[in-house]
Design a binder for this molecule. Structure first.
Ligand code: CA
Length: 412
């Protein structure tokens, strides 16, 4: 296990911060009158990278002055590493640049956080064994829990980049076409089974124009965010056959405000689980490409305390983001800088490690206790918060919170 890299900023050395010097995540912030600008989180502060490039202390061809991370990602791995090593020097405990850096530190609680990158396209997968088994058992019975292709292909669908929002953005309960099992005709109304999906999102940092290997895919991933793929189960149940989810997952997908880079997660790499059937060679991983990241979900009704309703780990995935991305390009599908690849809901083996309310309440049959009541699905006013940490020796690398409050459906 790796050790904390100490900084001259005290709060960055705390075992409780998401943002030690080992992390250096990529975000976009504003404070006061400034337009949104690129920054990195360090302890309780944000370091203004726009200002550092303007002053000539950082030189990336102006990429850090664009108010989004896409231009910087386009520069490639050599520049990704150069920024990381330069910032490690600036902020390390032996830095002789403290006086030059201090004016560019903004207290985090005085800043607003914005979408850190422009999402080029958004694809969502279905790659957690326990999630797929739970959902399959509910819908098709335990004998047919996994679809026949599942152990061979990372299954996915093309989502909407336009619906991806940053943490903190309220989410309005959607209307949709609904038809219960005992209803003869569908009706149009607010979703009654609105849900979360606890996921990780991988961000493509280099373009590709044809099939790429799993190793190339791994190298093209710039970093990761927490991702909540809000899902209307009742809309989904009626619409999804045979082309998969559509309006059920088009309302919003929330992401954490900080992109944690692949470099910051390098110390936490772990292999995908034992294969149950051998994969075709184009999906084989040459080395571990998954990460050990603890994940949790909290639910707080309006005016009430939060209850942690799930605790799981990214290493529960059956397919890594690199395998998903390689598969995605196998047809020749081009990838762009800023493409977002959702892992699929991450569930573990236990009842307490399920990444959706659909599974936690077993389709609404087993409501769970929370502060002030019970829940099967999300109610208006509820705030759902995802958190994630990789844990090192005396420090953790975190993503900040990925949170959203559900507002009532508009009256029609
Ligand atoms: Ca999903």
């Amino acid at each position: 296990m790796t050790d904390l890299v100490r900084s001259w900023i005290d709060s960055a050395n705390s075992p409780d911060t998401d943002f030690p010097l080992n992390n250096l995540p990529c975000g976009v912030f504003s404070a006061g009158e400034t337009a949104p600008r690129c920054g990195t989180a360090i302890g309780d502060f944000i370091l203004d990278l726009h200002a550092l490039e303007e002053s000539g202390r950082l030189e990336f061809g102006g990429a850090l002055k664009t108010g989004r991370w896409n231009a910087f990602m386009s520069l490639g791995a050599q520049d990704w590493a150069r920024l990381r090593s330069t910032l490690t020097q600036f902020l390390g405990e032996d830095s002789d640049l403290k006086a030059a850096i201090v004016p560019h530190l903004v207290p985090m609680d005085a800043a607003a956080l914005h979408m850190p990158f422009d999402v080029a396209e958004y694809t969502d997968f279905y790659s957690s064994r326990h999630h797929a088994s739970n959902v399959g058992t509910m819908f098709r019975g335990p004998e047919n829990a996994l679809p026949p292709n599942w152990l061979h292909i990372p299954i996915g669908y093309n989502g909407r980049a336009s619906s991806v929002v940053v943490s903190g953005t309220p989410v309005i309960r959607p209307h949709g076409q609904l038809k219960g099992p005992n209803e003869t005709n569908p009706r149009f109304g607010p979703s009654q089974r609105f849900d979360i999906e606890l996921e990780m999102g991988a961000i493509v940092g280099q373009p590709s124009s044809g099939p790429i290997s799993v190793t190339e895919a791994f190298e093209n991933i710039f970093g990761y965010v927490l991702l909540n793929d809000w899902s209307a189960r009742d809309i989904q149940a009626w619409e999804y056959q045979p082309l998969g989810p559509f309006q059920a997952k088009a309302t919003a997908t929330s992401v954490s405000p900080w992109i944690v880079t692949a470099a910051a997660l390098e110390a936490f790499r772990t292999p995908t689980p034992q294969r149950e059937v051998e994969l075709l060679p184009y999906l084989a991983e040459a080395r571990p490409m998954l990460y050990d990241i603890d994940l949790e979900v909290g639910l707080a009704p309006e005016g009430r305390a939060e209850t942690v309703i799930a605790h799981t780990n990214y290493k529960e995935m059956y397919y890594s983001a690199a395998q998903q991305l390689a598969h995605h390009t196998s047809s020749g599908c081009p990838m762009r800088v800023g493409d977002l690849i959702g892992s699929g809901t991450i569930s573990g083996p236990d009842k307490t490690s399920r990444g959706s309310l659909l599974e936690i309440s077993w389709g609404g049959k087993e409501p769970i206790a929370i502060d002030g009541g019970t829940r099967s699905f999300i109610e208006d006013g509820d705030t759902l918060t995802l958190r994630g940490h990789a844990r090192g020796n005396g420090y953790k690398v975190g993503f900040g919170e990925c949170t959203g409050q559900i507002l009532p459906a508009p009256t029609t």
